[in-house]
Design a protein around this ligand. Structure first.
Ligand code: SF4
Ligand code: SF4
Length: 382
């Protein structure tokens, strides 16, 4: 990936919540999905305008998510429209009776670039308990087989929490039997139906990083994380082990030398989420609106909204993240900071790293934390 990509002008990933309707009932659903579609969803016409907007931004990755995108009867048409606009749409359908062999064949025919399905456990009991519907595990494996059969690139997403952290090894053993392009580990953000009690401790997250890093060396597909920006800090630390101290400055843009290809993506910074009603948010896990595509263009909102500009400005970060030498490449999960503290600029509560500066100046951390109760005060005006 080209690290000169200007994240202030163009997101790397645009994700559109096509609907909040879904026939599963996942215990960690950020959307609190319901069976019925909302009458407030973007219409087909509005969705076409959004696709046009997204094409203007021309992000490398455009994801149609939900809810379950297959709950929209126009979804195959919209995939074709996105392709016609030069985009490379990917989709995250839910593993329900709507995800048939025929539906997957149709998506392949429409030139969907990738399909992602969720798998949260290596055995039916664990996965189905997550998803709230018996049979979801079997349907997910069936969908992976069908995608492989039709040559549709397939990704597996796994939400990692206290419920399944013990199962990562078994998951890896299961997944390596399939032809995947990517395994994406989502680290829980306690928003929507997700519970604080399921949130991993910072030490557990660090252990999960070690496991995923080991997998990334041996599994026959790529392994990435979502809402675990500090996995980049972990990778850099691993790559730097054994190098002469001081040869690479990590503050600033030193990571480009340490680990070429890493991009400092974060909520609202290289990543933007459009809700089913057109609200533009930094992430689906950070439900704060920067504007609505019904009244403004996505390009205008992404580039100029005070909320997104504020999130891209690392000098707004507080606590450990504000003091951290890794803040330019990491910055911590803004969504998790918001979900846990109500302050989107607070430190990520699931990182156990102590910035070098704070080893020397712990009293400064206390001063930083007392600086502002409300992150909103720190958003610069236009
Ligand atoms: S499959 Fe996705 S949208 Fe459906 S209930 Fe689960 S997390 Fe929510
Ligand atoms: S303290 Fe914050 S910026 Fe530093 S590594 Fe941890 S999450 Fe990232």
């Amino acid at each position: 990936m080209n690290t000169s990509f200007d994240l202030n002008r163009c997101p790397l990933i645009v994700i559109w919540e096509t609907t909040q309707a879904c026939d599963l009932a996942c215990c960690h659903c950020r959307a609190c999905a319901q069976a019925k579609r909302s009458p407030l969803e973007l219409s087909t016409l509005e969705a076409e305008k959004l696709i046009h907007d997204v094409a203007d931004l021309n992000p490398p990755i455009f994801i149609l998510t939900g809810g379950d995108p297959l709950k929209r009867s126009d979804i195959f048409y919209l995939v074709r429209r996105a392709v016609a606009h030069g985009l490379h749409p990917a989709m995250t359908p839910s593993a329900t009776p709507l995800l048939t062999r025929e539906a997957i064949a149709e998506l392949k025919k429409a030139h969907l670039s990738r399909m992602a399905v969720s798998l949260d456990g290596s055995a039916p009991a664990l996965h189905d308990a997550f998803r709230g519907v018996d049979g979801s595990y079997a349907r997910t494996l069936e969908a992976i087989h069908w995608a492989n059969e039709f040559g549709l690139p397939i990704q597996v997403n796994t939400s990692i929490s206290k419920r399944n952290i013990h199962d990562l090894e078994n998951m890896a053993n299961l997944l390596k039997q399939f032809k995947l392009v990517l395994w994406s580990a989502f680290f829980l953000v306690p928003t929507g139906r997700a519970q604080m009690a399921d949130l991993l401790s910072a030490d557990e997250v660090e252990q999960a990083f070690a496991t995923l890093y080991r997998f990334s060396k041996t599994l026959p597909f790529k392994v990435k994380t979502t809402e675990a920006q500090h996995y980049r800090r972990y990778i850099i630390q691993q790559r730097m082990q054994g190098k002469a101290k001081g040869t690479i400055a990590i503050s600033g843009h030193g990571w480009e030398k340490a680990v070429p290809g890493l991009l400092p993506i974060n909520d609202g910074k290289g990543f933007v989420f459009v809700s089913h009603t057109g609200e533009v948010c930094p992430s689906g896990f950070l439900p704060v609106s920067a504007g609505n595509v019904r009244t403004e263009s996505l390009t205008e909102i992404y580039r100029n909204s005070p909320l997104l500009m504020g999130l891209r400005n690392t000098s707004n970060l507080q606590g450990k993240c504000g003091a951290c030498e890794f803040k330019e490449i990491c910055g911590g999960s803004r969504a998790r900071a918001y979900a846990v503290s109500g302050n989107m600029f607070a430190e990520d509560p699931c990182c156990n790293y102590i910035p070098k500066k704070l080893v020397r100046e712990p009293q400064q951390l206390e001063a930083d934390n007392n600086f502002s109760e409300s992150g909103d005060l720190l958003i610069p005006s236009n």
